[in-house]
Design a protein around this ligand. Structure first.
Ligand SMILES: NC(=O)c1ccc[n+]([C@@H]2O[C@H](COP(=O)([O-])OP(=O)(O)OC[C@H]3O[C@@H](n4cnc5c(N)ncnc54)[C@H](OP(=O)(O)O)[C@@H]3O)[C@@H](O)[C@H]2O)c1
Length: 363
């Protein structure tokens, strides 16, 4: 029985993934309805923010009476009114007899209430099926709900010896086209890309999503003293742009920039933006997930401030061996190996020439 549930839960996860890039700040959810012989009767997923939840779509897609059937879903059904009515009520109304759930809703205000409502209506509830995979799928939603901060991943492209640019700031291209295409897919997933004034000045990147039917992420540039040129490529009008600058930056400097650019002002700590304050401000401005594409100094500052959840590193089979080249993380101090930041590797992928490693910071 449990192995059949696991198989169906994997299907829910696959369905849910189709909502990536479209449902933020909602969770990714997929749902399957099946009979006692495990024949699939119907399925659905949360397709677009503000629209039907996965359970409602699966129920609406069913062509037959659902009385006495089973429903499996990766996240506990909701029991409260949000943009749509509670899914638990519809499940009860349709006479479904058993619910299989991957994980409890991490929102402390609704957590376990959906399951409680279903149990009170006499429905059998089995929970915790493939819980770890379900949590991985909704890592952004969990961080948002529990910490009210964006989920942050650093992406770097390095040589085998950890360099991201030469001493003359040449960085095009460390990795090959296949790796760079993977980055385009990632840009489609995250709400926003975060970069630094230095990277804009040295590289003049666009940081758009060039996938067919892709979605351009919000582009966030940290520029404490507003040193970037208003003519930089990144300041085109292709997607929302946020510049994070010091609360001491003169108005006259800001006025030089096009009016479609949003400014967030933050305090300074030692002449740099207070990154903790910045993350809270970004969250309050609707940024729920961020991919950082910056140099070693900003990368390290974010890690030091405990603001980073994940790392995706593309490693090219090259060795730069230059003491003055730019490191992917720079500015720290480690006397001993035990001073290192530790990560848990989630996956490794061989691309055409390069390797892609994804992991989480151990907290
Ligand atoms: N291969 C890759 O994956 C990759 C990706 C991106 C960039 N790069 C390369 O990285 C190079 C730049 O690296 P970098 O190490 O010199 O610069 P960086 O880490 O990109 O940027 C450092 C700048 O960030 C700003 N900043 C604001 N608040 C900060 C804080 N709290 N802590 C630290 N920095 C803060 C500061 O500029 P302000 O004072 O102006 O705010 C600082 O000068 C470029 O040549 C680029 O090509 C490579």
């Amino acid at each position: 029985m449990i192995s059949e549930y696991k198989k169906l839960m994997r299907k829910c996860i696959k369905l849910a993934e189709q909502g990536a890039g479209k449902v933020s700040p909602n969770p990714l959810v997929g749902c399957v309805i099946f009979d006692d012989d495990f024949n699939i009767i119907s399925q659905g997923y949360h397709e677009q923010y503000g629209q039907n939840h996965a359970e409602r779509n699966a129920i609406l897609n069913a062509k037959h009476d659902l009385k006495g059937k089973n429903l499996i879903v990766n996240l506990e059904p909701c029991s409260h009114w949000g943009k749509t009515p509670p899914c638990a009520d519809l499940i009860i109304e349709k006479g479904i007899k058993r619910i299989i759930v991957g994980m409890i809703d991490p929102n402390p205000k609704v957590s376990s209430k959906g399951i409680e409502k279903l149990k009170n209506a006499g429905i059998e509830v089995v929970s915790g099926i493939l819980e770890e995979e379900c949590k991985k799928l909704n890592k952004v939603f969990i961080k948002n709900q529990t910490e009210q901060k964006p989920y942050v991943t650093i992406k770097t492209a390095t040589t085998l010896d950890g360099k991201i640019a030469s001493h003359s700031y040449d960085s095009k291209w460390i990795t090959d086209e296949t790796s760079r295409n993977e980055v385009q897919k990632l840009r489609n997933f995250y709400d926003a890309i975060l970069t630094s004034s230095q990277t804009v000045i040295k590289d003049n990147p666009s940081m758009t999503c060039r996938l067919k039917n892709g979605r351009n992420p919000v582009r966030i540039i940290i520029d404490t003293h507003l040193n970037t040129s208003e003519n930089s490529k990144i300041y085109d009008n292709n997607s929302k742009i946020i510049i994070v600058t010091s609360d001491k930056t003169p108005k006259a400097k800001i006025k030089k920039f096009p009016s479609y650019i949003h400014f967030i002002k933050c305090s300074e700590i030692n002449n740099y933006i207070d990154l903790n304050e910045m993350m809270s401000e970004l969250y309050n401005n609707g940024i729920y997930s961020i991919m950082v594409e910056a140099g070693g100094r900003l990368n390290y500052s974010l890690v030091k401030n405990n603001l980073v959840d994940g790392l995706i590193q593309f490693i090219a089979p090259k060795i730069m061996a230059d003491n003055n080249a730019i490191n992917s993380f720079y500015g720290g101090h480690a006397d001993k190996i035990s001073d290192c930041y530790n990560l848990k590797v989630e996956s490794t992928k061989f691309l055409k020439k390069d390797i892609m490693i994804s992991g989480y910071f151990e907290k």
